[in-house]
Ligand binder design. Structure first.
Ligand code: FAD
Length: 481
């Protein structure tokens, strides 16, 4: 009697962010030399993004090559396939996933689709806010700020110069604090050297509805961080909400105050990836998928949901784990280890994670650090911040590039060349052609998702009309030097 050879189990990982990447790396390591399973990683981008360094990409301190790691480099190491595409549908009963028009069958599924900006249904904020979730977003912010300095350099009206040189950041969590601090550093260490702009004309606001910045940090660190930002001249507005925005303004507290500006950076909220709305499973009100202590769907124990898109209770403290990278990494490792346990006939282990601390970069060689309850900041904080991220960065080439670039940054100014828009979309004192901002770069359905970083690109095309809506009273080519 002949028995058919057993085929390897098919493990499919959706999303190659922190959770998905570490699930893939763990499976690759644990299954090395075995034919128990074949792993397929799926992502809409063909590279992993190291999000904690995106604010530094937006400030021109680092570039895309430091924070991106191509998935094909992983698959070269063996037993890992990669598919680039958009996750569309979940056939949980049939054990199949639809990646655009491609049906991908699985025996075990890891869903790690992350989160996306949420504007809480406010369309003004959605269409006028620059987001910070991808390399494209970061480069769009950098280009936008530098281009406004170019405009300010030829603008005679002090009122309009001030408007061009005002940056408003909504949300004082780690991303908001880091982006306002990094842009402040870019402006004061580099841009003011090259542009005929006075430092007093630059205005930076950090706006948050809470009563202190960095809500999940040790209180003494948030106090220190706030003092350092205020000392640099950043206007920290607490207990204040950004409630609206237009081409040339940001509205605070429902119209109590209007801030003239061309720049709103939105870090005020996130929600689980919109693709999860199509996953038939119980969810929280904000859309995070409820999983058991093994990170599995209760009705489909072969499906694991991890990272920002899942709701995992920390039973010891009776609260959910927060949506941060270390949690996603540990969940990825745990989900992968439990799949290996299942393949080898062992029982799974519940997920548990203890935080060792947190870090926030403040630009200009400063950072706030909480390590095992010990808090410190300043230069020492910066070194810890740098070493921690250097160790976490994926890929030896990225690590080498980071060290090299930081050395060069100490010797030379940052690059201030910026992407040029199509001529018809950027005009000094002229009109804008009809198709600029025509809506071909709309966000993904489901609300709030900066799919492929296109929201940033939308704003790129969208911003200049406001900047150069010519007219008789505005700056015109003749009026400019
Ligand atoms: C600017 C910024 C700075 C941050 N800084 C820190 C920090 O300093 N420390 C910290 O702990 N956390 C930080 N975070 C949060 C951290 O990035 C997230 O908690 C972490 O990335 C969550 O991991 P994840 O695997 O759940 O999702 P992600 O890492 O977001 O990965 C999700 C992946 O799924 C893919 N994807 C999504 N939808 C689809 C779809 N429909 N089809 C195909 N692919 C899809 C995406 O392309 C992405 O690769 C930061 C986030 C941002 C945006």
């Amino acid at each position: 009697m002949s028995t058919a050879p057993r085929r390897p189990a098919r493990v499919v990982i959706l999303g190659g962010g922190f959770g998905g990447l570490y699930a893939a790396l763990t499976l690759q390591k644990e299954l090395a030399g075995s034919d128990l399973a074949e792993v397929t990683l799926v992502d809409r981008r063909n590279y992993f993004t190291f999000t904690p360094l995106l604010p530094e990409v937006a400030a021109g301190t680092l570039g895309a090559s430091h924070v991106c790691y191509p998935f094909r480099s992983l698959s070269k190491r063996g037993r890992l396939h990669f598919i680039q595409g958009e996750v569309r549908e979940f056939g949980l009963d049939e054990h199949v996933i639809w990646i655009e028009n491609l049906a991908v069958p699985y025996d075990y599924l890891v869903v790690a689709l992350g989160s996306a900006p949420s504007f809480f249904g406010n369309h003004q904020l959605e269409s006028h806010g620059l987001t910070l979730t991808s390399v494209a977003d970061s480069l769009a912010i950098r280009n936008h700020v530098i281009r406004l300095f170019e405009r300010a350099a030829v603008e005679h009206s002090p009122v309009r110069r001030r408007e061009l040189l005002t940056v408003a950041v909504a949300g004082a969590g780690p991303s908001g604090v880091e982006i306002v601090a990094e842009l402040h550093h870019l402006i004061h260490s580099t841009l003011l050297k090259y542009y005929p702009v006075d430092a007093s004309e630059v205005r930076m606001l950090l706006v948050d509805g809470g009563d202190h910045i960095l809500p999940h940090f040790a209180r003494e660190l948030t106090g220190t961080g706030q003092t350092l930002l205020v000392k640099r001249g950043i206007d920290v507005r607490l207990k204040t909400r950004v409630t609206g925005a237009g081409d040339d303004y940001v509205e605070l507290n429902g119209g109590e105050e209007i801030v003239p500006t061309r720049t709103l950076i939105w870090t005020g909220g996130t929600a689980p990836s919109s693709a999860l709305t199509r996953l038939p499973a119980a969810k929280t009100r904000r859309g995070a998928v409820l999983v058991d202590e093994f990170l599995r769907l209760p009705d489909h124990p072969e499906v694991y949901v991890i990272g920002d898109g899942s709701h995992v209770m920390d039973r010891r403290h009776e609260r959910p784990y927060p949506p941060v990278a270390p949690v996603a990494i540990r969940e990825g490792i745990r989900a992968a280890a439990n799949i290996v346990n299942a393949l080898e006939g062992r029982a799974g282990e519940p997920f548990q994670f203890d935080f060792t601390g947190n870090i926030v970069g403040l630009g200009g060689g400063m950072a706030l650090v909480n390590f095992l309850g010990i808090t410190f900041h300043g230069r020492l904080g910066w070194w810890v911040y740098r070493i921690a991220y250097l160790l976490r960065l994926v890929g030896a080439k990225n690590k080498a590039l980071l060290v090299l670039t930081l050395g060069l940054n100490a010797l030379f100014d940052r690059d201030i060349s910026c992407e040029t828009l199509p001529e018809r979309a950027v005009c000094l004192g002229g009109e804008i052609s009809g198709d600029a901002g025509s809506g071909d770069t709309t966000s993904a359905p489901g609300g709030g998702e900066s799919s492929h970083g296109l929201r940033g690109a939308t704003r790129e095309r969208f911003a200049p009309p406001g900047v150069c809506t010519g007219g008789a009273n505005e700056s015109s080519p003749e009026a400019t030097p």
